[in-house]
Design a protein around this ligand. Sequence first.
Ligand code: C2E
Ligand code: MG
Ligand code: MG
Length: 525
Amino acid sequence: MNKNDNNGVSEASVPLSREKLATAHKNAADLHEDSANQAGSRERRIRVVETTQAAPDEHMIMLQQANAHLVIATIEAQKLAEQVQIAKDQLDHLAHHDALTDLPNRILLNDRLAQSIALAHRQGKQFAVMFMDLDRFKHINDSLGHEVGDQLLLSVAQRMVSCVRHSDTISRQGGDEFVLLLHSIEHAEDAALSAQKMLTALALPHSIGQHDLHISVSIGISIYPDDGRDAETLIKSADTAMYYAKENGRNNYRFFEQNMNALAAELQAIEANLRRALERQEFVLYYQPKINLHNSAIVGVEALIRWQHPELGLLLPEQFVFIAEDCGLILPMGRWVLREACLQARIWQQAGLPPITIAVNISALEFRDNKFLENIRATLEDTCLEPRYLQLELTESVLMRDADSANSVLHALADLGVKLAIDDFGTGYSSLIYLRRFPIDTLKIDQSFVNQMISNPEDASIISAVISMGKSLKKQVIAEGVETSEQSAFLQAQHCDEGQGYYFGRPMVAEALAALLQTGVPLLF
Ligand code: C2E
Ligand code: MG
Ligand code: MG
C-alpha cells in the first residue's frame, strides 16, 4: 500500500509543499542574512525531503507549521526593520530639534545657515538673521514656576512660527532665546517688517492656566554678508544688536552696526564684574529727598543704588540693574541695599536728625523670592529700625502680574508695619479693584506725566485724576521727577501731598543728605 494513499495526501500535493518549504527556507535564510550559504540550504532541503518521505502526515503538519512560523517571522522582521527606521528617524529629529517647542535647534540652524551662506554667496544675494530674546522672562519663570514658563515658551514659539514663511527657519537657541533665519530678502526693510510683525504678534497676552501673561521680545538683526560672512559672526552680530534693543527700552528691534561691538564688550565686562562688585563693596546708595508740598519738610528719602566702578566711574542703575536682574544677582544686591538703607536710617536717627521714612526699590525677582518676607523682617530686627520708617517701592507690573499672591505678601508686609508705595504709577496696568484691596499707602505718579504736565493738558488731567483718586482711596500721592517751580506750583495747587525731583534735591550721598536734613529744604514756593 502506498504510504501516500494511507494518509490521504495526493501525490500532487507533495511537490507543492516541498516548493513552499523551499521558499520558506529561503526566506528564513534571507532573514538570517545567510543567503551566501546556498549549499547548506540545499543540504537541508534534501534532508527535509527524506524525512517527509519517512513519516508524511506528521511531518507535513510540522512543515506547514514551520512554514507558517517562517512567514510570521518574515513579517515580524519587516516590522522590526520599520520600527528601527522610525526610531532612527526619531533620534535624528531629537538631535536636530528642541524638546520643548519642537523647533529646529542650534545644530539644525547652523546647518541651514551654512546652506543659506553657500546659496547667497553663489547668487550674490543677502539674507537676515534675527536674534530674539524675551524681555523679563526670567521673572515669570522664577515667580510663577517653570511649568508656566515652559507653557509660555511654547505659546511664544507658536506665535513666532505663525509670523514666518514656511521656508524660513525659526529655531530655539535655549532658554528664552530664539533665532530666525530669513531667506533671500531683497532689502533690509524686509527684515524690519518681519521684526515688526513679530513684535505685534507677541504683544497680545498669552493665556496660560489662570494667568494672562504679557511678554515682549527684543530683536537684533544682522544681514549677510555685511554683518558677517559665517554663521557664528552673523549670530553674534544679531545678538549684539539685540542688547541694543534691550538698552533702548526693550520690546523693539535694532539692526547691527559695527560700533555696537564696543558696547557688547562693555556689557560682558559689567556682567563679569558685577559679582565681584558685591564682595568688593563697590556699590553705594544715594539718597533723594521727598518733600511735603504743603510745608516743604523732608518727609523721606529714596535710596538709589550706584556702582562705583573702578574703571568706568559712577554707574547708574539703568546701566547695570537689568543685567543683575537677568543673571539673578539682583537678589544678593537687593539684600545689600535693604540692609544698607535701614542702617543709614538708624544712623541718622541716632544722630538726632528728624526721623524720616526710607524708601527702597524692589525688583520683581526679589518680591517673588520666597525668602523675601523673612529677609525684610530679619533686616529690620538686625538694624533696629522700626518698620514704619521703611517704605518699599514696587511697580505696577510687579504687583499685577500675579495679583493674588502679591496680595498676601503685601498684607504680611503691612501687618509688619512696613509702608508700601506703587512706583512709576500710570505706566503699567493697575486694576482698580486691586488698588482698593492692596494695603498700599502711596501712589508715586510717574515722572513722564510730571515732565509733560505743563505743556500737555492731557498729562495735567491725568495728574489731577490720580491725585483725586488717591485722595478718595485714602492713599498718599507723590509726584516724582519734579524739575521746575511751575511743576511744583501746579502740584501744590492740585493738592498733591508730596514731591520728589531735581527741583528739591538730586540723589546725594548720605553725608550730604544729613546736612540737608539739618538745614531743611528752603521754602521753595
Ligand atoms: P525710580 O525708582 O523711579 O527712581 C527715580 C529715578 O528718577 C532715579 O533714577 C532718580 O535719580 C531719577 N530722578 C529723580 N528726580 C528726577 C528729576 O527731577 N528728573 C529726572 N529726569 N530724573 C529724576 P536712578 O537713580 O537712575 O534710578 C533709576 C531706576 O533704577 C529707579 O527708578 C529704580 O527703578 C531703579 N533702582 C534704583 N535703585 C535701585 C535699587 O536699589 N534696587 C532696585 N531693584 N532698583 C533700583
Ligand atoms: Mg523708586
Ligand atoms: Mg519711579
